[in-house]
Ligand binder design. Structure first.
Ligand SMILES: *Cc1c(COP(=O)(O)O)cnc(C)c1O
Length: 399
């Protein structure tokens, strides 16, 4: 019956492949860390990992593993319920309170993922009488969350404050009840840090709420890793974040904000109401991860030192990088196939990176996004720089 559908999908998949856009997953057989074991064609090898969001190196931290195990021993494997029916543990509330205290907001609410947090944050707060102004490079989950909400939508060019101001004026002319400005704190494909000082100023001038998705900033930027706004000595009104990156790397997301916002999300946010409670082990592990991240000035110093060292090494070799100070280091290659080829050659030389291309980044802006981690050593970084240099020469990318 549905053979025509299957045939069409096969045809489309072939087109994706012939455009060099097909993504293949490698099988990792070790914990996530600076070095990982990877299996390909039945052959296992240990390679340096430069593409995890494991910024602070906490993904295999023994204290987090112990805390997760202890939570599982105490509370079991899962809750078999959404939060509001019979799924809320004291542990969930403890974690929500801890996140709020860390990020200096009234309260916080947990989601299964930051994807769900962003997917469920707009619709309960805003209707057709309101407006959302969104950065053009915001994460896919913010874009989806905005699509699910009836508020009027305005888009501003990435981190372009003049354009944001113009869009705010357009929005204000329609006299909306509420305005939300939504931005990533750090743009995940570029490593650019959002211009929070001007975002804050414009938000205040237009009586708008500033929502910052801090998935790539919590634990990394600002005092104690409090995030992008804290990095500038300022605050956001709504922070969305993940437990799946620097805070232990497992899974889970959250929104941290003022009490009425969190209370409304608990009443109305669909991914919260209609999806299972976070497993106890994730809540227990995350509590420990936040403790370690807050106290992790040494880890942050190491991470940022690594970023500087690696940027310098690749720049000296002649690679074209996007400027920045974040541990996300994009090596620009423009063409998808080139990004794939370089990634494959680096793999053969013991360095794990992934090519990023359409639809994850705009067409013609393919790149390898290198990410630093406190789990890496300087020896591994130098090994990786040498591998980049040799592979880059082979492909004629650098002199
Ligand atoms: C990773 C990421 C997300 C999604 O986080 P999950 O918890 O993995 O769903 C959302 N927004 C941004 C900016 C991200 O980088």
């Amino acid at each position: 019956m549905s053979q025509t559908t299957y045939r069409r999908l096969q045809h489309e998949l072939k087109a994706i492949e012939s455009d060099g856009l097909y993504k293949r997953e490698r099988l990792i057989t070790s914990p996530q860390s600076g070095e990982i074991r990877v299996s390909r064609n039945g052959r296992e090898r240990t390679i340096v990992n430069l593409c995890a969001n494991n910024y602070l190196g906490l993904a295999d931290h023994p204290e987090i593993i112990a805390a997760a195990k202890a939570a599982m021993d105490e509370y079991g494997y899962g809750m078999a319920s959404v939060r509001f029916i019979c799924g809320t543990l004291d542990l969930h509330r403890k974690l929500e309170r801890r996140i709020a205290e860390y990020l200096e907001t009234d309260d916080a609410i947990l989601f299964a993922a930051a994807f769900d947090a962003n997917g469920g944050v707009f619709e309960p707060l805003l209707t057709a009488e309101d407006a959302i102004i969104s950065d053009s490079l915001n994460h896919a989950s913010i874009i989806d969350g905005i699509r699910l909400c009836k508020a009027r939508r305005y888009r501003f060019e990435n981190n372009n404050m003049t354009h944001l101001e113009a869009q705010l004026e357009r929005a204000a002319a329609e006299a909306p009840r509420s305005i939300v400005i939504a931005t990533d704190g750090v743009f995940s494909m570029d490593g650019t840090i959002a211009n929070i000082p001007q975002l804050r100023q414009l938000a205040d001038r237009f009586d708008a709420l500033l929502l910052v998705d801090d998935c790539h900033a919590t634990g990394i930027l600002g005092p104690q890793g409090k995030g992008t706004a804290a990095h500038f000595g300022l605050s956001a009104d709504i922070i969305t974040g993940t437990l799946g990156k620097s805070l232990g790397g497992a899974a889970g997301g959250f929104v941290a904000a003022a009490q009425p916002v969190i209370d409304m999300l608990r009443q109305r946010s669909r991914p919260y109401l209609f999806s299972n409670a976070l497993p106890p082990m994730l809540a227990g592990g995350a509590l420990k991860a936040i403790e370690l991240a807050r106290a992790g000035d040494d880890l942050r110093a190491k991470l940022h030192g690594h970023a500087q060292h690696f940027r310098q090494g690749l720049q000296q070799a002649g690679f074209r990088l996007l400027e920045g100070e974040h541990p996300i280091i994009p090596v620009m290659l423009d063409e998808a196939q080139l990004a794939q080829d370089l990634a494959n050659r680096l793999y053969e030389r013991g360095v794990y990176v992934t090519g990023f291309f359409y639809p994850v980044v705009p067409k013609g802006q393919a790149r390898i996004r290198v990410q630093m981690s406190a789990a890496l050593t300087f020896e591994q970084l130098d090994q990786a720089i040498a591998a980049f240099t040799r592979a880059g020469r082979e492909l004629g990318l650098i002199p």
